[in-house]
Each structure stands twice: as structure tokens, then as C-alpha cells.
Write a protein that binds this ligand. Sequence first.
Ligand code: NDP
Length: 408
Amino acid sequence: MSAAKSSTVLVIGAGGVSSVCVHKMAFNPDIFPEIHLASRTKSKCDAIAASVKERCGRDIATYEIDAEEVPAMVNLIRKTGAGLVVNLALPYQDLPIMDACLEASVDYLDTANYEPKDEAKFEYHWQWAYQDRYKDAGLMALLGSGFDPGVTSVFTMWLKKHKLKTIRQLDILDCNGGDHGQHFATNFNPEINIREVTAPARHWENGEWVETPAMSNKVAFDFEAVGQKNMYLMYHEELESLAKFVPELERARFWMTFGDQYITHLTVLQNVGMTSIEPVRYQGKDIIPLQFLAAVLPKPETLGETTKGNTNIGVIATGEALDGSGEKTFYIKNICSHEAAYEETGNQAVSYTTGVPAMIGAAMVVRGDWQGEGVFNIEQLDPDPFMAMLNAHGLPWTVEEMAGPVGF
Ligand code: NDP
């Protein structure tokens, strides 16, 4: 990495996550002196730019782009003079955007791993395959700089650096205690969210993946600032990178809370075939039921105004204490208020808790706190500067010692 890289950023995508990230970048002109925003629908970029202008007076240049068109992306990157592309579109666009960054010779960052459109299979191997090309080009690709993946991975590595010599057991607990007042809505892109939730659960145990049916393993947990909620065992993409970069892990699991109303609606939609990604012939055209469903559900970026309550996302880790005092368990977490997130950026806390870490990851790259050549998961980088920025930029965290390992 040369110090002469441009600190200009180009953000791709104009949904809730992008909106938060662009606002937070704009609030930090010393780190992000120039911000460009491009997406499939330019009017959405313009709406974000107008909100930024109103809130802090800064101008954001906006463009229309289909990020799957590599030559057009390369032209846009060159036109903006960006040194880093922040991909906040959908996982389907990860590979073409990585290709465009290589060709235009700029760094890359995202918050979700690549997923082919025709198969609900989110895995890192497609992006890890870019390692040599990024390394040879002297470029950095930073993968998974959202909350989960992202902050949950950084939390784990911070515990490993400051509290635990080894981590034996890891549980990631993701609770959205917010109420948006809708019968059924997802807090981030509905298509991606439903593909994730309806996939079989998978966790890491004794060196292998253990698969169980979706939503079949439920535990009640009392979340601070939310109360008691049912959380369900799920597969989530950071488990793959954590199992790789924390090789001593005996068990790693991911849990997410869902209300009974959400589960009831999802079960009905699944039973009638509306969550399928197999094409269905309708009036002479092939349509994907899940894509049609996503089109009729509320857009995540419209939920901000009505959502009340908190998110509480954290990591419980058990392992051998660094100070030699035996086995210890720590719980590290962030609590985020939907109302406060909305007041600051016009978006609810699920977008906020993803958009802020995307901004922080971008800051790590443009400031040079994190430097490297190749493809990096966030677990591979020093957690300390990232953790400091979480505290300073709206996602403060706490860590506490627990009496013993989790009982579930
Ligand atoms: P949205 O659906 O609200 O926004 C996605 C944006 O990408 C839309 O503006 C969409 O355009 C744009 N887009 C889609 N296809 C293209 C394309 N071919 N070219 C250019 N732009 C395109 O999603 P969210 O903001 O909720 O989520 C954004 C990303 O963040 C997703 O990848 C999601 O998986 C990830 N995420 C990560 C989390 C984490 O903690 N790591 C948590 C939550 C989300 P249009 O407006 O025209 O539809």
C-alpha cells in the first residue's frame, strides 16, 4: 500500500445501509474529504445527498450505475478519482465490483459475502479466490465490514487480544428488539434477509459443520435494554471466517431473535411457495417468487420513522484467560436505539449498526490504520483502532465477565 492513495471514496448502493454510511462519512470530513455515491436508481442517491446536505451542509456527487457492468464501473471509478470503493449494494454485485476495482486499481470494501442469484449459498470461497490478484496488484479488499459480519468478528478478536488466550466456545447473539408497527417487514434487504433466514441452520462443532433444519433450535434469552426474547440458531457468514481465523474454536454458533408474528408470516409465505428462488412461469414471463415478495414488502429504508426500541448484538466467548487465571467467559455487546439512529441519519438501527461499521472500515483503509495487499477478512486486522472508532461514532460497546459458560 502506498501512502499516496486517494482518500476519495465511491459508495455503491443507495439503500438503508448506504444512507447511514454516507451520512457518517459526511459528518467526518477530515477522514472523507470527497464522497461519491452511485446506485441503480439515481433518485435514491439524490435523496441521500439531499438529506446529507440538510444535516451537515456537504455536497455528495451522485450517479446512476449498474454495478454488474464492469466496464461502466471502471469508467465511473476513474472519473471520480476514488481510492476506495465501498460496496453497499447487494451480495450479487460483490464479484463484478471486485473485478472493476482490480481493473481501475483501487481498494475494495463490503459488508456481505458473495452469493449467486440462483442459489442461496453465501460462502467466502468466491472472494478468497481473488487473493493473488489483489496481492499482485498491491490492493486491499476488506470483506465483511458491517455488524454481523463485521463488529461481531472484531469483538471476538478484541477478546482474543485483550482477555482470552484461546477461545473454546463462541456464541453470537443478535437481537432486534425494535417494533416497526408493520405486520411483516425485514430490517434489511428482504430478499437477502429471507434467503438467510430460511436456509438450514449450521454451526461449527469439533472441526466440522453441523446442519439442523431452519428455525428448529430456539432458546429464550434476557437481553439488556430489550427484555426476554426467543432466539433461533442460524447459519451466518462470519462463522466461516471465524472458524478459519480462530482455529482453536471447539464450538461457534449464531443466534438471532424473531418475534412470533414474524415466524407465523414467514411460515405461511414459505408454505405457499412465496420464498422460493425457483422461477415460476406467470403470464408468459419467468418470475422469482421471492423477488416478487421483496417488491411488495416495505422497503427497509422506510421503516426508520416508525421503529421504536433497541438492538442488542454481542458475543459471548469462553476460553483460557490471558492472565493465566483459568477459564473465563466474557460478554461483549453494543446496544443501539432505533429512535436515536433515526434522529441522527434518518434510518433505523439495523441500517445504522451496519452503515457505521462500513464507514469505520473505510476510515481504517483510507487513514492507513489497516494496510495490506490481498483479500482480508476483518478478523485478520488489529481490532483496537476499529473498537476505538465504534465508541466515538455512535456504537459504544461494553464488556463484562460472566459467572461461567452459557447454559444453552
Ligand atoms: P437495500 O436493498 O436497501 O439496498 C441495496 C441497494 O443496492 C439499493 O439501492 C439497490 O438499488 C442497489 N443495487 C442493487 N442492485 C444493484 C446493481 N446491479 N447496481 C447498482 N446498485 C444496485 O439493502 P440494505 O441497504 O438493507 O443492505 C445493503 C447491503 O448490506 C446488503 O448486501 C446486505 O446484505 C448488507 N447487510 C449487511 C449486514 C451486516 O451486518 N454485515 C446487515 C444488513 C445488511 P435500487 O435502489 O434500485 O433497488
